[in-house]
Design a protein around this ligand. Structure first.
Ligand SMILES: [Zn+2]
Length: 349
């Protein structure tokens, strides 16, 4: 069922770009000095946090992110992972965490040359290992601006060999604005082009553009104005939860700020395009706490929560609570890991 049916039941929702490793970030102290721009945010926050991660932290960060997705009616997460000091096996840890909660996940490891050729090779290998073992995934690439042409070509080749797309940040901020053209000969329709804020209207890259309005506002990178693209447009959180209906509301409000004629129906089309990326969610069942009256109704309704969720035939949420895991225990264990992560980050250079 889709929104527009005036009842309380829909199929599942898909978060088209997430970073489950970032769930602990909100419990970790911020940088001593406020970052000044996008690259400064990457250097002082994310490129410190990812180096602090070990597999145990990744596990509980993913568990918490997965359970929060489930509690928002999101039944599939398309994840993009990076942990340069704990690469091998990291995608298995994330896949197992999501399976424990009962949420679908499409994993990828974000390859980058930031840690030298060896780091890039190990990232490629983690994608290869996971996909070869039958894992549900894509080939991850951090972004063209942190990768050599050889690394980009290797990632594209691996993805093609496995019949999957590449999941890559594209033209997110100023630092990455000019690198999209290096993907022109590589990108195919199954690629996820994440952000696209600084892509020209007629960029010509194949793939689905994943719009992350809350993250883009948070990082002050500008408005992507996704209606200008011919590509399909999906919605992601970029690691800030996995509440797709809330991301839809943010997408609607940001678009209206830019253009008062923008329709909620257009933003809901981005939710539907996200579902196309993991079509199995069409068989998932989400029973909501109130009738789903359609995009305009949802754009102005806050606090919508599911009461019951069935994923792949299994009841994984009942009476508003996960059935397979104890959400309070997950929160407690994740908080312990956030303390460990903060200590690990403090010990970095
Ligand atoms: Zn991202």
């Amino acid at each position: 069922m889709t929104v527009g049916d005036v009842n309380a039941t829909t199929c599942g929702l898909v978060c088209a770009h997430h970073h489950l490793y970032s769930t602990l970030a909100r419990q970790v102290p911020g940088p001593e000095r406020a970052p000044r721009d996008f690259l400064d945010i990457l250097n002082s926050v994310w490129w410190r946090l990812d180096r602090g991660l070990d597999l145990e932290m990744i596990k509980w960060s993913a568990m918490l992110g997965a359970v929060e997705a489930l509690c928002a009616g999101t039944t599939a997460i398309i994840d993009h992972h990076e942990s340069p000091h704990a690469i091998e096996g990291s995608l298995d840890v994330i896949a197992e965490a999501c399976a424990t909660v009962g949420v679908r996940v499409v994993c990828s490891y974000g390859v980058t040359d930031r840690h030298g050729p060896d780091g890039a090779a190990r990232g490629i290998e983690e994608n290869r290992r996971f996909l070869s073992a039958g894992g549900r995934g894509m080939v991850g690439v951090h972004a063209a601006f942190t990768c050599s042409d050889d690394t980009l070509a290797a990632a594209a080749e691996l993805a093609e060999a496995h019949g999957v797309g590449v999941h890559i940040h594209v033209a997110e901020g100023d630092a990455d604005a000019g690198h999209w053209a290096r993907l022109a000969e590589l990108a195919t329709d199954d690629w996820l082009l994440v952000h696209g804020v600084h892509l020209p209207d007629d960029h010509g890259l194949a793939g689905t553009v994943v719009h992350n309005p809350r993250s883009n506002m948070n990082n002050a990178v500008g408005y992507a104005r996704p209606t200008r693209f011919r590509n399909p447009v999906a919605l992601g959180s970029d690691g800030i939860g996995a509440d797709v209906v809330d991301d839809f509301r943010i997408a609607y409000a940001r678009a209206r700020e830019d253009d008062v004629t923008f329709s909620a129906d257009t933003a809901w089309g981005w939710v539907e395009a996200s579902r196309e990326l993991v079509p199995e969610v069409r068989a998932d069942v989400v029973e909501w706490s109130r009738p789903m009256g359609g995009p305009w109704d949802l754009a102005f309704t806050t606090g919508l929560t599911p009461r019951r969720v069935v994923i792949d035939g299994e009841v994984v949420l009942a009476d508003g609570l996960p059935t397979k895991v104890d959400i309070d225990e997950i929160r407690a264990r994740a908080s312990e890991q956030a303390v460990r992560l903060a200590a690990a980050m403090a010990a970095l250079d």
